[in-house]
Design a protein around this ligand. Structure first.
Ligand SMILES: *Cc1c(COP(=O)(O)O)cnc(C)c1O
Length: 378
């Protein structure tokens, strides 16, 4: 297991796997909200933490634990939390690390609900937020303050595919103050292509709804933490109640087994579709970072042409969400990023004509044929 890629293929299937005493092949679903104690002393010991056994599913469950451990291994972290949504994977650590009078630096291109969470909720708790372009290191250095507690960014960004250097942002932040928490939303790249903690970040975040589960049947999130972070955050998750059902954890463990295979095909297909779109007379430009299955493009004839394209696809599904086995297409300015103010959208290149494509693992010729017939309608 010396080759990193082969190692990940194995770890996605076997990492942290367990069996019960009957030795089933696939670990069962522990669909139980609570756990029986044999006596009062055992119950008390579990709440005191001297006995690590289970107490109550909001505070821990076997299916949750296997998934958390597998993601910890894949992202080379210290421990992980699984959350009911990607948004809870962002809001729970922010609520844990930030207090009134703290300062947060946020990249100016964030997922629509993340942007809205910061502007409309976190900002109400006496936390100052600077929205800046974290691809510009000089601007970043100028914005660091003595009360800066956390940095939040996505790379590649949803949907404009901007890339930010995690290593350099983490180095600058930690040289300034090693307590600053660098939080990276790793949803688009997945641990197959990018491991933020290895690059110096403190927290790697996923909307597991996307590639981690990969099959469009779960909404969930995860955060993987590095060793500098205290497990006191377990209490924050328990108190906020942002935990996940055993069945959803089980589904994610199943989805995760094929993550490396899926990512390989997503990438292969997205490369071919990028070539097709780049050479198509209706397309102005395409942005694709060269890995994973996400790309965005703009049509020469603008918003109306985009609507015609979206209204005429047959194989590609017109829906938000991404990272599923099937291809999905959507219009960020009116859908996923509708909550981002228009002036701000224009400043960051999220134009009204931008179309986002989450390339699936179907036969690529079928996807291209579908896009081609819809583009002919323009
Ligand atoms: C979808 C998404 C989220 C939010 O995740 P949910 O599971 O929908 O709550 C956060 N960040 C990125 C980059 C996303 O694509």
């Amino acid at each position: 297991m010396t080759n990193k890629k082969n190692n990940l293929n194995t770890l996605c299937i076997h990492g942290a796997n367990k069996h019960t005493e009957i030795n089933e092949h696939v670990y069962p679903i522990f669909q139980s909200s609570t756990f029986l104690f044999k006596d009062v002393a055992e119950g008390a010991a579990r709440f005191a933490g001297t006995d690590k056994g289970y107490k109550y599913t909001r505070l821990g469950n076997p299916n949750y634990d296997i998934l958390a451990k597998r993601l910890t291994i894949l992202e080379e972290g210290e421990f992980a939390h699984i959350y009911p949504t990607g948004m809870a994977a962002i809001s729970t650590p922010l609520e844990h690390f930030l207090s009134a009078n703290d300062h947060l630096i946020a990249d100016n291109m964030l997922y629509g609900c993340t942007d809205s969470l910061l502007r409309n909720i976190i900002s109400r708790f006496g936390i100052e937020i600077s929205f800046i372009d974290l691809a510009n290191e000089e601007e970043f250095k100028k914005n660091l303050k003595n009360n800066t507690k956390a940095i939040i960014l996505e790379t590649p960004t949803n949907p404009t595919m901007k890339e930010i250097d995690i290593q350099s942002i983490s180095d600058i932040a930690h040289n300034f103050n090693e307590e600053i928490k660098v939080m990276v939303d790793n949803t688009f790249a997945t641990p197959i292509y990018q491991r933020p903690i290895e690059l110096g970040a403190d927290i790697s975040i996923h909307s597991c709804t996307k590639y981690i589960n990969g099959h469009g049947d779960v909404v969930a999130g995860a955060a993987i933490f590095n060793k500098k972070i205290s497990e006191k955050i377990n209490h924050t998750q328990g108190d906020l109640g942002t935990t996940t059902s055993p069945f959803d954890c089980w589904l994610m463990l199943r989805g995760l087994k094929t993550l490396p295979l899926r990512m390989e095909r997503h990438t292969e297909n997205a490369k071919k579709i990028t070539e097709f779109l780049k050479n198509h007379p209706q397309i102005d430009y395409v942005k694709y970072p060269g890995f994973s299955g996400m790309l965005c493009f703009e049509l020469k004839k603008g918003v109306e042409a985009g609507k015609t394209l979206l209204n005429n696809v047959r194989l590609c599904g017109l829906a938000v969400s991404l990272g599923n086995v099937d291809t999905l297409i959507q219009h960020p300015a009116s859908m996923t990023h509708a909550a981002v103010p228009k002036e701000h959208r224009e400043k960051i290149g999220l134009t009204d004509g931008l179309v986002r494509l989450s390339v699936g693992i179907e036969d690529v010729d079928d996807i291209i044929e579908d896009l081609e017939q819809a583009l002919r309608k323009i």
